[in-house]
Design a binder for this molecule. Structure first.
Ligand code: IPM
Ligand code: MG
Length: 356
């Protein structure tokens, strides 16, 4: 029987509430299928760790994580630690250190979930956003000069490499090819950004010639937002830069019902390093400690983790259990208009796994 070692990093805010519930669901799931075993080790890294140790994770954190088959991540961010410190101390070093260059963000209106889009329901919005995850606007290249003087300058340089753009394009085309509609939309801003974004256009066009079965089109990122709202059914897979896709994926999650639904896979597709799976909602300090966080994005991220590990049947079972719960509508969390607590939503998903 396949056995997987999972590193859990709940980290901050509601991450501490949703990750244990995700583990609970995965424990029930493995009993139901009997196909695989999963063991979890939880690491107390994050902002509390920072206050105690002066860093978000230990210096050899990546060495520790490297031995695991996957990472299940909660959220990072605390009002008492500047966001750029918490982010660059934990989540980004993992994404970049483990070369998790393909960030995959599915968005779909699940049965029973109301989209803020009028008269839109399941079937009208079914997207996967592919986000370049190791370079671009998040390359971390830049600096500040003349600090604290009137002449101060701050520079953040977006870095795009041919190799980096090429591999994300290939990944996006392969993914689009596996979906029924086989459509891929390139999102850029190549009218204004005539260097790096034109490089994206060129590499996209070159890679497209290897995929004649995938239909393609191109959108500028500003226009893409209106198409997502007004004609969601015309989009399938989107590929975009680190920052553009960050923004579009929040919009996608909200349009699919709530930010609480958003799930992510940070993939190192070659499997040289562990990949990382996390909900996209962030630490959400406004609702922390209330027990009302929506755990569905965390469960959906577990579906992505199972798919990545090759446990397709278990992934399908978990997704079906989530959809059964949303379709019934009795255990909806607050952000979906219900009154169920995080624990109650989890209980409902576990019950649905046991008795589909
Ligand atoms: C995301 C988040 C992060 C990002 C934050 C926490 C920096 O918004 O995963 O989408 O921008 O990458
Ligand atoms: Mg984001």
């Amino acid at each position: 029987m396949a056995t997987y070692r999972i590193a859990a990093i709940p980290a901050d805010g509601i991450g501490l509430e949703v990750i244990p519930e995700g583990i609970r669901v995965l424990e029930v799931l493995q009993k139901c299928t009997g196909n695989f075993r999963m063991t979890f080790e939880t690491f107390p890294w994050g902002s509390d760790y920072y206050h105690a140790h002066g860093r978000m994770m230990p210096e050899d954190g990546l060495d520790t994580l490297k031995a695991f088959d996957a990472i299940y991540f909660g959220a990072v961010g605390h009002p008492s630690v500047p966001d750029h410190i918490s982010l660059w101390g934990l989540r980004l070093p993992i994404c970049q250190g483990f070369d998790q260059y393909a960030n995959v963000r599915p968005a779909r209106i699940l049965p029973g979930v109301r989209s803020p889009l009028k008269d839109r329901g399941p079937g009208d919005l079914d997207w996967v956003i592919v986000r370049e995850n190791t370079e671009g606007e998040y390359a971390g290249v830049g600096g500040r000069a003349h600090q604290a003087h009137a002449e101060e300058v701050g520079m953040e340089v977006a870095v795009f490499t041919r190799a980096g753009v090429f591999r994300i394009m290939r990944f996006a085309f392969e993914l689009a090819r596996k979906r029924p509609r086989r459509m891929l939309t390139l999102v850029t801003k190549s009218n204004a950004h005539r260097h790096w974004m034109v490089l994206w256009d060129e590499i996209f066009a070159a890679v497209a010639t290897d995929y004649p079965d995938v239909s393609t089109d191109r959108m500028l990122v500003d226009a893409a937002t209106t198409r997502m709202v007004l004609r969601p059914e015309t989009l399938d897979v989107l590929v975009a830069t680190n920052l553009h896709a960050d923004i579009l994926s929040d919009l996608a999650a909200a349009l699919s019902g709530s930010l609480g639904m958003g799930a992510t896979a940070n993939l190192n597709p070659e499997g040289k390093y562990p990949s990382m799976f996390e909900p996209i909602h962030g630490s959400a300090f406004d609702i922390m400690g209330k027990g009302i966080a929506n755990p569905i994005g965390t469960f959906w991220s577990a579906v992505l983790m199972l798919e990545h590990l090759g446990e397709k049947e278990a992934a399908g079972m978990l997704m079906k259990a989530i959809e059964t719960v949303t379709a019934r509508g009795e255990s909806m969390p607050a952000d979906l208009g219900g009154r169920a607590t995080t624990r109650e939503v989890t209980d409902a998903v576990c019950a649905s796994l046991k008795k589909p």
